[in-house]
Design a protein around this ligand. Structure first.
Ligand code: DAK
Length: 261
């Protein structure tokens, strides 16, 4: 891997986009390496992934404008599909993915963060979809995910106006869940990940699927999705252990880690 680093700390995998000379912009190679890195994650050993960018200035400053500048219509469509496939893979990744946004999250950078389950950012983070200023539409799902996350009115204002927003406004409109000083961002992301990883992994995965799949259908269908995933947790060792632990009257007992079974 030239542009991605991967580390594992306990149950948490950390994927870092590492192309700081171009502010971690996404060219084809970076997209392919992100895809390969996620697909190589051992889902028996890792329960939560953190996605971040190298350096203190930029998370991802967008798709690579140099690479895009000479694309034909057909190549543009293929590049858009490549990004969309990778972002959808992240969105539907079986375990939660937290975006730790450490600076610029513009264009494809904002879009990749929106394919993650949870976004937190540093105080210097800047979000935006500047594409119309470059003569294109957002191409990696920005028109769709931003409108779903912050509502169509705010999404349209940001996208039509190519208007960037700072961390405090991103927090106010619900684009991020929390803002931290830069030096504290990764610790906060790891703490958030650790709080998820200590829970029953099969149940956490089922919750992700229930929320994601349920949001795409009407409520009658959505509650059926939940019923089936709820049912799928029963007879797992984690369900039996979790409930038996609660019912056990011996309050001195220490809870064992869930086994993902
Ligand atoms: N692509 C390529 N290189 C980039 C880049 C980018 N998006 N952003 C920054 N860089 C490079 C700069 O060219 C510069 O390189 P050198 O000149 O040093 O070689 C280096 O990173 C440092 O950048 P600056 O010198 O500009 O740094 P500043 O602090 O002055 O400014 C900035 C930081 C983030 C405000 C500025 O770099 C900037 O505005 N960057 C571009 C942000 C942007 O517009 N991003 C959105 C890109 S559009 C589609 C598929 C995908 C997309 C659309 C359609 N289909 C095919 C359907 C997605 C589009 C986008 O993401």
């Amino acid at each position: 891997m030239e542009f991605i680093t991967y580390e594992q700390e306990g149950f948490v995998g950390i994927v870092t986009i590492n192309r700081p000379k171009a502010l971690n912009a996404l060219n084809s190679q970076v997209l392919e390496e992100i895809d390969a890195t996620f697909k190589a994650i051992d889902l028996d050993a890792v329960r939560v992934v953190i996605l971040t960018g190298a350096g203190e200035k930029s998370f991802v400053a967008g798709a690579d404008i140099g690479e895009m500048s000479t694309l034909t219509k057909a190549e543009g469509e293929a590049f858009g599909k490549k990004g969309n496939d990778v972002f959808r893979m992240i969105e539907t990744f079986p375990i939660p993915v937290i975006a730790a946004i450490n600076g610029f999250a513009l264009g494809g950078g904002c879009e990749i963060s929106m394919s993650c389950d949870i976004r937190i950012c540093s105080e210097n983070a800047v979000f935006g979809q500047p594409e119309v200023g470059l003569g294109i539409t957002p191409g990696f799902g920005g028109t769709q995910r931003l409108a779903r996350l912050v509502g169509p009115g705010m999404a349209k204002q940001m996208i039509y106006g190519a208007r960037n927003i700072k961390a405090d406004e991103a927090l106010r409109i619900g684009l991020v869940n929390a803002v931290y000083p830069q030096a504290e961002l990764m610790d906060a992301a790891k703490k958030l990940a650790g709080g998820i990883a200590k829970n029953a992994p099969i149940a956490v995965r089922a919750c992700k699927k229930a929320i994601n799949d349920g949001l795409e259908v009407d409520m009658d269908q959505a509650i059926v999705i939940e019923e089936k995933l709820f049912g799928s947790c029963f007879e797992t060792e984690d369900q039996k252990y979790g409930m038996a632990f609660f019912l056990d009257k011996n309050k001195e007992k220490v809870k064992e880690p869930f086994q993902n079974k």
